[in-house]
Every structure is written in structure tokens, then in C-alpha cells.
Design a protein around this ligand. Structure first.
Ligand SMILES: NC(=O)C1=CN([C@@H]2O[C@H](COP(=O)(O)OP(=O)(O)OC[C@H]3O[C@@H](n4cnc5c(N)ncnc54)[C@H](OP(=O)(O)O)[C@@H]3O)[C@@H](O)[C@H]2O)C=CC1
Ligand SMILES: O=C(O)C(=O)Cc1ccc(O)cc1
Length: 440
């Protein structure tokens, strides 16, 4: 690669290929900060997008990625991970000489492979990944930057452009990124996807069921609905295309199955020993003065239900016991990844910590798991769902993933608006509470 002269930031043009949820969020924030944007989606969206952005003089909508690529100095591909190779193959050769190219996909190995394969050698590669969804306030959230094939000046330019997000830059290689995001996202999503399928299989809207009332249940319901209100390909892409993610989802399903088997066999000692061994491995290293990430009042604030929280039914919390078991088996210490964590991961870690570290709660949960049938049918469906997600992901079927996801998505869709409002509020509050912890 020959050294290239980078454009003056004052005249720099930014390209966005893929004006879906994340592309639009980038276009909105970057143009609000005064950057000139060239953007496109599929050619069939051209007229509609042009009309939509007609009042924003800083966003120039073009017909396709060729036009965006030849005009722009820094181009971001914000498209489905599954299609990254074919889309870069199509537009990559049109990239302006000496430009910088990056992508927003959640798994970097295929994205970087596509860039290396299809971009001209003079093009520099600096990829990025905002570790949050499109409706989350970008301030303080991790934003991964990957200086893959680029000079320090090119990285500086990307930093200058993205500085307006006020996110926290995290510098990683593509493979570090994929390993860490697999650790934080893969099994977390598998747990919430399985809850949704299990509730659906039992024809439940959990916020209407008295046994799903109280702090931890609120989080499970809000986050599960939040995931199902998003696009299926976001979760399919990061699970199927990241090999490290597949191994974790498989272990999560194994942990769920093995714990559930011990429960129904009433192997109390074995079950308790296993849960406590997992607790020691994951939480044993915390300092004595460690403060819980989440509290009762915080969790109780965010309910979709009308049932008073005092009527809480003790739950076996199989999804949470299995999460800690899975981290233990994979030798993952989740606290090591706070700097590179998504809001959902921080909340999920907060909830597991709450269950395992609040005095008496873990023993209550173990005793329900072993001797109370209230949640048995739910736990059975949850086990089946976890295994089924793991099989779909191991098999690598986007088609099956989509069909499974969208069936449950349709079932819950009437409550998405409420869950999103409440979920945003929950994320904001928990973010404020956990700011200090996250940054150290
Ligand atoms: N949503 C999230 O929470 C996050 C997503 N990401 C990642 O960001 C990327 C984008 O996600 P998101 O915005 O949510 O998904 P969207 O589906 O909303 O956006 C992707 C957009 O790219 C369009 N597209 C497909 N092919 C082309 C093409 N040839 N030329 C131009 N545009 C094209 C799609 O059109 P069509 O729908 O017609 O295919 C769609 O509008 C994904 O890789 C995702 O994994 C990263 C962080 C968070
Ligand atoms: O916080 C989460 O886990 C989300 O669900 C949002 C999300 C989805 C995909 C990403 O690559 C990053 C964040």
C-alpha cells in the first residue's frame, strides 16, 4: 500500500452504504455535527430516501453504492453481515483512490475478509462497531475502532469524524473484537431468545402472568421484547458468522440441559454443588466491598405488568443459573469485558450478579428449582428452546433462524412500543448507575 494524502477534515465527505437503523443513526448524528454525508440504500429505496432527506442539505442521497464510493473519503458499510461479501464485491472497486473504508457489521472476520478481497490496494481499512442499538444515546457507550490496514493518520481522521458521538473509543484487532463480542453477546442473546420462544410455546404474555412479577422478571421481559423488536439478521449474523459465538451458544444450551436434568432428577447435592462452583468461579474474585450493579428498587421500577411487585413468586431462574454455569465452563470472567460491553450485556450481568450475590436469593432459587413445580413447564420449554436455537446456529441456517425469530416476533409485536420506551428508560437509569464500574 502506498502512503496517501488524507483530505482536510473541512472538505471531507463521508459515505454510508446501507441506510437501515444504524446507517440512519450515523447519518443523523454525523450531519448534525456538520459533516457532509453521501448515502444510499438499495436502488429501489432511492426516491423514497431522497424525499425523506430533502430537508437535510448535509445528507446527499445517491442511487447506489458506486456513486457513494467514488465521491466519499471515508465510507462506512452498514449492511447485513450475511451480505457483506457480495455488497463490498459490488461497490468496493468503485472506492475513491486513497479513501478509508470501514464497516458496522457485528462480526469482523467476514467483513475484513471482504474488504481485503475486494478493495483496491490504495484503500485504507479502519472498521468500527458501536456496541449498542440505534435508539440508545451514544454518549459514553463503547465504540470499537479497528485499524486494520491503515496509517495512524487515517485512524486519527476516523476518530475526528466519530468524536461527535461522544462514545468511548476501544481499540482492538478484528480477532480480539470477535472473541470479546462473542463472550458478551452470544450467550446473552441466546438466553433472551430462548425466553421469548418458551413464553410463546406456553402461550404466555409474561407480564400478564402473576408469577412473572418483580425486579428480575421485569428485566427478562423488557430485554427479551427489545431483542425481538429488532431485526432478526442482527442476531443471526453475529451468532452464525462468529465461530467463537457458536461454541458459547452450544455451551449455554448444554448448561441449561444439564441443570434442568439435575432438577427433574432431584439430585439436590449435585445441583447445589454445581451452582456454587459456578458462583465461586465467576463471582469469587470480587472484592469484599463490591457493590451490586443493580438494586431492588431499580429493578422494580421497570414493569410492564399491573400486578404489584410484593406478590413476587420465587423463581428457579434456570436462564440465569445456566448463564453463570456457562461462563464457568468457558472460563469467562464477564467483568473483564466491561470496557467492551453492550447495554444488554451489562444489564444481564447485573441481574446474574443480583441473583448470585444478594443474601438468600440464590438459596431460594435453588430450593425452588429442586422442589417446586411452579416453573417446571416453563423451564422445560426454556430448555427445548435453548437447544433449538443452538442447533439452528450450529447448522448455520439463516433461513431457519429468520423463521423461528419472526414467528415469536409476531406474537409479541403488540407490546414492542411499550417495551421499547420502558427498555430505553431502564438502560438509561442502569447506565447512569453503573458508569463508574464500567469505565474501570
Ligand atoms: N441494530 C443494531 O442494534 C446494531 C446493528 N449492527 C450491525 O450494523 C449493520 C446494520 O444493521 P441495522 O442497521 O440494524 O440493519 P438494517 O437492516 O436496518 O440496515 C441494513 C440496510 O442495508 C440495506 N442494504 C442491503 N443491501 C444493500 C445494498 N446492496 N446497497 C445498499 N444498501 C443495502 C438493507 O436493505 P434491505 O433491508 O432491503 O436488505 C437495509 O436497509 C448489521 O451488520 C448489524 O449487525 C451493529 C450494532 C448494533
Ligand atoms: O445490546 C445488545 O446486545 C443489542 O442487542 C444491540 C446490539 C446488537 C448488535 C450489535 O452488534 C451491538 C449491539
Amino acid at each position: 500500500m502506498t502512503a496517501t494524502i488524507l483530505p482536510d477534515p473541512k472538505v471531507l465527505q463521508i459515505g454510508i452504504i446501507g441506510m437501515g437503523d444504524m446507517g440512519r443513526m450515523y447519518a443523523r448524528r454525523l450531519s448534525a455535527a456538520g459533516w457532509k454525508i453521501n448515502a444510499c440504500d438499495r436502488p429501489e429505496q432511492f426516491e423514497k430516501l431522497k424525499k425523506e432527506y430533502s430537508s437535510n442539505s448535509l445528507v446527499n442521497i445517491l442511487e447506489n453504492g458506486h456513486y457513494v464510493s467514488r465521491l466519499s473519503d471515508y465510507i462506512i458499510y452498514s449492511v447485513e453481515a450475511e451480505n457483506i461479501d457480495s455488497i463490498v464485491a459490488m461497490y468496493g472497486p468503485s472506492t475513491k483512490v486513497g479513501a478509508i473504508v470501514g464497516g458496522q457489521t457485528s462480526c469482523k472476520a467476514p467483513e475484513i475478509a471482504a474488504f481485503e478481497k475486494h478493495l483496491p490496494a490504495d484503500v485504507q481499512i479502519v472498521s468500527c462497531h458501536s456496541l449498542h442499538g440505534p435508539n440508545v444515546d451514544t454518549r459514553g457507550q463503547p465504540l470499537v475502532l479497528i485499524q486494520h490496514r491503515a496509517s495512524d493518520d487515517a485512524l486519527d481522521l476516523v476518530r475526528t469524524v466519530l468524536a461527535c458521538f461522544n462514545s468511548q473509543f476501544v481499540y482492538l484487532t478484528a480477532s480480539q473484537h470477535d472473541k470479546i463480542t462473542a463472550d458478551t453477546q452470544a450467550a446473552t442473546h441466546a438466553a433472551f431468545l430462548s425466553m421469548g420462544v418458551a413464553w410463546h410455546a406456553n402461550s404466555q404474555f409474561p407480564w400478564e402472568v402473576p408469577r412473572y412479577v418483580g425486579g428480575i422478571e421485569n428485566v427478562k421481559i423488557n430485554i427479551s421484547l427489545r431483542i425481538y423488536s429488532n431485526k432478526w439478521h442482527v442476531y443471526a449474523g453475529l451468532a452464525i458468522m462468529n465461530p467463537a459465538a457458536q461454541a458459547q451458544i452450544l455451551q449455554y444450551a448444554k448448561s441449561v440441559t444439564e441443570l434442568f436434568t439435575l432438577m427433574v432428577e432431584h439430585k439436590a447435592d449435585e445441583f447445589r454443588d454445581r451452582v456454587y462452583a459456578a458462583k465461586k468461579a465467576v463471582f469469587g474474585g470480587l472484592p469484599a466491598n463490591h457493590e451490586l450493579l443493580l438494586s431492588d428498587d431499580l429493578l422494580d421500577k421497570f414493569s410492564l405488568s399491573n400486578v404489584p411487585s410484593q406478590e413476587r413468586t420465587p423463581n428457579s431462574h434456570l436462564s440465569l443459573l445456566a448463564m453463570v454455569d456457562c461462563w464457568w465452563k468457558l472460563v469467562i470472567v464477564p467483568y473483564d469485558h466491561m470496557i467492551c460491553s453492550t447495554p444488554l450485556f451489562r444489564i444481564w450481568l447485573g441481574v446474574t450478579e443480583y441473583l448470585f450475590q444478594s443474601p438468600g436469593l440464590l438459596d431460594e432459587c435453588i430450593s425452588v428449582a429442586l422442589g417446586d413445580d411452579t416453573f417446571r413447564a416453563d423451564d422445560l420449554e426454556f430448555t427445548v428452546a435453548a437447544r433449538s436455537w443452538s442447533e439452528i446456529i450450529t447448522f448455520g441456517s439463516f433461513k431457519l433462524y429468520r423463521s423461528r425469530f419472526e414467528t415469536t416476533q409476531n406474537y409479541f409485536s403488540p407490546r414492542f412500543a411499550d417495551a421499547t420506551t420502558l427498555g430505553n428508560e431502564m438502560i438509561k437509569t442502569i447506565f447512569e448507575k453503573t458508569k463508574q464500574r464500567r469505565l474501570h
